[in-house]
Design a protein around this ligand. Sequence first.
Ligand code: MG
Length: 158
Amino acid sequence: MRIGFGYDVHRLVAGRPLILGGETIPHDRGLDGHSDADALLHAVTDAVLGAAGLGDIGAHFPDTDDAWKDADSTKLLETAMEAVREAGYEIGNVDATVVLERPKLRPHIDEMRAGMARALGCLQEDVSVKATTNEGMGFVGVEDGAAVYAVALLVAGN
Ligand code: MG
């Protein structure tokens, strides 16, 4: 078994959709970035790449490469998982915490888990997504951005 950790943060801005865990969430602002800025999928991608010892998301999908402009981060996660499988591993489980002041994510969590499980090639019950606020403190608290922490456990594949 191998464990990996991922962290990502994106700025909240007007005029962008809020996309987290592959789901578009109704809100007056969204996350800014070169790709679709899905900080949850980016943190999970970094966690699985890290667990396999395959570097980080920036090495695989550089933001200087126009191929990844406005990219669907589900595709990035699927591509990272192909590399992880080639290295001989499958998902044991993934756990992530999204830190965002607004809106409430609870109504969207199960849809996120289902989509992430499809991209990861595992069961929905092996994907956990949790949400919390930052209690009004710091950059998340003043709604300048969102942060996501994720861990992934990989198991040797067949
Ligand atoms: Mg990112």
